[in-house]
Design a protein around this ligand. Structure first.
Ligand SMILES: CC(C)(COP(=O)(O)OP(=O)(O)OC[C@H]1O[C@@H](n2cnc3c(N)ncnc32)[C@H](O)[C@@H]1OP(=O)(O)O)[C@@H](O)C(=O)NCCC(=O)NCCS
Length: 164
């Protein structure tokens, strides 16, 4: 697999790849999002190609203090062959070249497969809570809060610790 920065020619295939990685849903919002990321100098999309076809994709950004990795995806038929590891490694290199001292990511807490993957790559729980606000109405995340409270107050194991 050859990894390089996205070109306009790759846009369609990258959009389709992320469209197939919908479970659990990745955060890319399709064509407009891809074009917006391409235009920013502090972010990029890296694509992995085999025989000219896009089989892996990832979004990367540097906010000046931390590097961020988003939406790594390897096409289903190519998984468990080291392409995910290679894609993340290229992302880390992209950030190091720009002086980023660290790399971070967020994912849905039920995505145990991806947590297992990142654990193998040396990524560790950062002991932080992600808060957000949508500019519309969303339900409160009471079940997540209850679980976090049990970890903090009762010393329960985080859900993923024994599941991988
Ligand atoms: C997560 C994903 C990128 C992994 O890609 P991959 O090409 O299969 O990963 P690799 O073959 O490079 O595996 C690297 C290591 O992770 C491990 N690994 C891969 N998938 C795993 C899983 N589901 N559970 C546990 N470990 C896993 C591999 O065993 C390997 O470990 P090893 O080097 O000790 O053998 C791929 O499954 C995927 O695209 N998933 C859907 C999208 C997604 O959830 N993205 C992440 C959140 S944004």
């Amino acid at each position: 697999m050859k990894i390089s920065e996205i070109t306009d020619y790759d846009q369609q295939q990258v959009e389709e790849l992320w469209g197939r990685c919908v479970s659990p849903r990745v955060t890319s919002d399709g064509h407009d999002h891809i074009v917006a990321v391409q235009r920013l100098s502090s972010s990029s999309i890296l694509v992995g190609k085999k025989n000219g076809d896009v089989i892996a994709g990832v979004m990367v950004g540097f906010d000046g203090q931390r590097g961020w990795i988003y939406d790594v995806c390897v096409d289903k038929t190519f998984r468990r062959q080291g392409f995910g590891r290679a894609t993340v490694s290229a992302t880390e290199a992209w950030l190091r070249q720009r002086g980023a001292p660290s790399i971070h990511l967020q994912m849905h807490f039920t995505n145990l497969a991806a947590i297992g993957f990142y654990d193998k790559l040396g990524y560790r729980f950062q002991d932080m809570v992600v808060l957000g606000k949508h500019f519309g109405t969303t339900p409160r995340l009471s079940s997540v809060w209850e679980r976090s409270k049990n970890v903090i107050e009762n010393g329960d194991e985080p859900v993923w610790a024994n599941s991988i």
